[in-house]
Structures are given as C-alpha cells and as structure tokens.
Design a protein around this ligand. Structure first.
Ligand SMILES: C[S@@+](CC[C@H](N)C(=O)[O-])C[C@H]1O[C@@H](n2cnc3c(N)ncnc32)[C@H](O)[C@@H]1O
Length: 213
C-alpha cells in the first residue's frame, strides 16, 4: 500500500500502526487499492482515533465529508451505538457506487447513507445536530465546511479534520501548492477563532480536533 511521507521521524507511522489495534474486519475491502488510490484513505491510526472518540462521545449523527471508498465512514460506523448513523458526502458518483458496494458487503448499508453531490448541499439538507464531523474532502473548502458545521455541532460535538499538516509541507514557507495554502489559511483561522477550541495532532498527516468554545 502507498504510504504518505511521515511528518514525524521515519518509521514512526509504521510503529504507531503496529502498536495500535488492527482495522476491524469490515474494513478489509475498503483500502482504496481497487481504485489505485490507496493513499487517499485516512488509514488505520486515524480510523482508530475516530473510533476512540466515538466510544467516548456516543454520537447519534456523524457527518463524513469525503467518502471515497467508504473507509472513514465504515471506520466510524463499526463503533457507533445502536440507532446512530453516518451521513457520508461524495461528489464523484463512481466513487460513491464503489463505497456503497463495500458498505453493503460489510453489512452497514442501514447505518451509512452515502449522499452524492457537493458536500455543502448535503450539509444544508441535514436537520439534526451534528455530534461528530470528519472533514476529509477538497482542501480549499475546509474552511467552508468548518463554517457550515461549527454552528451545527451538538453541545459535546467535535469536528476532526484530516491532513492538516499536508506531508509536513504546511511549515514550508516556500510552498505554493494550492492545497497547502488553503490548509494554512484554514489552520490560521481556526487557531485564531474565539468561537472554538482546537488541538492539532501530529497523527499521520496531521489531524485537528475542534469543539465549540
Ligand atoms: C481523501 S478522499 C476521502 C477519504 C475518506 N475520508 C477515507 O478516509 O477513506 C476525499 C474524497 O472527497 C471527495 N470530494 C472532493 N470534493 C468534494 C465535494 N465538494 N463534496 C463531496 N465530496 C468531495 C473526493 O471525490 C474524494 O473521494
């Protein structure tokens, strides 16, 4: 499987994976390798972190922004309490179909609803409070997703954002990569936002956890 360059010491990601609980069985088929894009999935350690949050938070409604093959949606779904659900947003209909197939085969079609279209449209159509939001889609829209979901969080709700350190390039002042620039603006805005409290974790490619202050 393709692995991202580490943002910590070489070998640490592999060490963390080897010393974390392996992926639960339903995740075996959703590596992303069937689409030749295995590096797009959030991965075992981020998935494990999301499940730890879910075991503590006991969410009813989880929003997964960026379905791809269904890895993060399934990672979270397997830990959900009875009756809870994941709404997963995917703009690409073919990826959504692949994800739906994996999700059905894993037995979670009743728990995860894959919605095709721009995530912002899907978010606008959700009425209930959001207990957990995982942002992992187009990087230039991270700030838009944050603005759209922060006011919709339930009192103990959390937003988790993946890739916020972008292979370490986030601290490369010379980088002109549009994703890096967008993520830098997003990270700066979140850090300065008095409406929220946040912590950036050097987990894999960087994960930021945010709650309403
Ligand atoms: C990094 S992948 C998601 C990986 C997934 N969260 C996982 O851990 O396996 C990002 C996905 O977001 C989708 N995407 C991009 N822009 C989007 C948008 N505006 N609305 C919804 N999905 C979008 C892409 O097609 C892609 O499949």
């Amino acid at each position: 499987m393709f692995t991202l360059p580490p943002i910590t010491l070489p070998g640490m990601d592999e060490y963390a994976e080897a010393h974390s609980t392996p992926d639960p069985a339903p995740l075996a088929a959703v590596s992303g390798n069937d689409l030749g894009l295995g590096h797009l999935i959030s991965g075992q350690v981020v998935g494990g972190l999301l499940r730890m949050i879910i075991h503590t938070l006991r969410p009813k409604t989880v929003l997964d922004i960026g379905t791809f093959t269904g890895y993060s949606a399934l990672s979270m779904a397997v830990a959900l309490p009875e009756g809870a659900r994941v709404i997963s947003c995917e703009i690409d209909p073919e990826r959504a179909e692949v994800a739906r197939k994996h999700i059905a085969e894993a037995g979670y079609a009743d728990v995860i609803s894959v919605r095709v279209g721009p995530a912002l449209d899907t978010i606008a159509g959700i009425e209930e409070p959001l207990d957990l939001v995982f942002i992992d889609a187009d990087k230039p829209n991270y700030h838009t997703y944050y603005e759209a979901t922060l006011p919709r969080l339930s009192p103990r709700g959390l937003i988790a954002c993946d890739n916020t350190m972008w292979r370490g390039e986030i601290i490369d002042a010379e980088s002109t990569d549009p994703d890096v620039r967008a993520l830098r603006r997003f990270n700066d805005a979140v850090a300065a936002d008095p409406r929220s409290e946040s912590v950036m974790l050097t987990v894999r490619d960087g994960v930021t956890l945010i709650r309403r202050a």
